[in-house]
Design a protein around this ligand. Structure first.
Ligand code: NAD
Ligand code: MG
Length: 389
């Protein structure tokens, strides 16, 4: 599908994760449109090696330095450079071996390599929403200065992005982010207090990595996405609305100042927004299953239960107040989710941990990048100190 054009060279940061693997599926189905130049993984050396043998990238990076020898030995007969460690991620992001970074690392760890890629003038297909939650002002400003496009991969933001194509002179009244509600839609605190990790990891509509699955169950994912939307589309906090839509067919909507609403729809499959971001500004064909309006189906919408899922209130506060508060909230949430996944704290304790950390840390209205890193570290330490050993 290259239409005689050169292949787009893709660097996948976080290639062994849910988004990374689905990105490779899209590329595998479109070998004339894309080539894989960089693959990175934190610890799954076996899958990284398998991916490298199949896709023949220029460079692979394994985050965990203890696994460097294994990866190097397994790929010794391949013309591929192998690097290890956190610093290598930034160094490789600064190299001129790719055209677009698919930012699919999970959490705060994705921020530095993505900033380097922007500095390097490379287009970003952004799955790692935490990058914008933590330091959206700095990331977007840098992207603007470097004329780097940031194409969202998150399905809601891809939907909004698609709705805005051709609307350069239209004023947005609001964006409406749809949320499935996660596995505990309709449940109350007396149920949630006993929820365990394996139940929380089972999302009804999407098969995702562990962290975002828990975030979806607590609705923190939608909170992070509100802040992500603010930065991507330059919105005021009151222009971002959340509505529960359990079927995940409408991926999000934009309401313009004339009252007209546009939505982007489709079956829930992350390969769709991934492929859209990779191929942008074109669309390329896909064999993904299609939504059939003729079959009996009902699309429903309701207001989120913020009394039960208080993370949405915390995220709204972070969205409104700005400064380092979203960064602090994100850091505490990463600690909370990590602890919950290890059965160290209960489901409802996650929100309490985030709330107390947000109350405790000093507020900085206009943080520098270093101050964001410091706030992240301090919030992690404080949140961790609240977890009883
Ligand atoms: P995942 O846990 O399945 O994969 C994460 C990837 O990042 C892996 O390749 C892992 O090796 C790498 N990684 C983890 N920690 C790292 C570290 N400290 N340093 C370097 N690399 C590290 O996660 P995922 O579900 O694929 O999500 C990735 C990102 O995309 C997240 O920010 C998530 O919010 C976002 N996202 C995911 C989905 C989805 O359907 N999975 C949808 C929308 C957005
Ligand atoms: Mg999403």
């Amino acid at each position: 599908m290259s239409n005689g054009l050169v292949k787009k060279r893709i660097a996948i940061f976080g290639s062994t994760g849910s988004i990374g693997r689905q990105t490779l599926e899209v590329i595998d189905a479109n070998p004339s449109a894309f080539s894989v130049e960089v693959l990175t993984a934190q610890s799954n050396d076996e899958l990284l090696i398998k991916q490298a043998l199949h896709f023949k990238p220029n460079i692979v990076v394994i985050g965990d330095e203890k696994k460097y020898e294994q990866v190097r030995t397994a790929l010794a007969s391949e013309p591929v450079k192998v690097f290890a460690g956190e610093k290598s991620l930034e160094e490789v992001a600064s190299m001129d071996v790719y055209d677009m970074m698919l930012a699919a690392i999970v959490g705060f760890a994705g921020l530095r390599p993505t900033l380097r890629a922007i500095d390097n003038g490379k287009a970003i297909a952004l799955a790692n929403k935490e990058t914008l939650v933590v330091a959206g002002d700095i990331v977007m400003q840098k992207a603007f200065e470097k004329k780097v496009p940031i194409i969202p991969v998150d399905s809601e933001h891809s939907a909004i992005f698609q709705c805005l194509i051709g609307e350069t002179r239209s004023r947005i009244e609001r964006v409406i982010l749809t949320a499935s509600g996660g596995p505990f839609l309709g449940k109350k605190p007396n149920f949630l207090v006993n929820v365990k990790r394996d139940h929380a990891l089972q999302h009804p509509n999407w098969n995702m990595g562990a962290k975002i699955s828990i975030d979806s169950a607590t609705l923190m994912n939608k909170g992070l996405e509100m802040i992500e939307a603010k930065w991507l589309f330059n919105l005021q906090p009151d222009q971002v609305q959340v509505v529960i839509h359990p079927q995940s067919i409408i991926h999000s909507m934009v309401q313009f100042e004339d009252g007209s609403i546009k939505s982007q729809m489709g079956l829930p499959d992350m390969k769709l927004p991934i492929q859209y971001a990779l191929a942008f500004p074109r669309r390329i064909p896909s064999g993904f299953p299609r939504y059939d309006f003729r079959k009996p189906n009902t699309l429903t919408f309701e207001e989120p239960d913020v009394k039960t899922f208080r993370n949405l209130i915390l995220a709204t506060e972070a969205l409104n107040k700005g400064g380092n508060l979203p960064c602090v909230m994100n850091a505490a949430n990463e600690i909370a989710v990590f602890a919950f996944l290890r059965n160290r704290i209960g489901f409802l304790d996650m929100t309490d941990l985030v709330e107390r950390t947000m109350q405790e840390l000093p507020f900085i209205e206009h943080p520098t990048l270093e101050e964001y890193f410091d706030s992240d570290g301090e919030a992690r330490n404080f949140a961790a100190s609240l977890i009883k050993l």
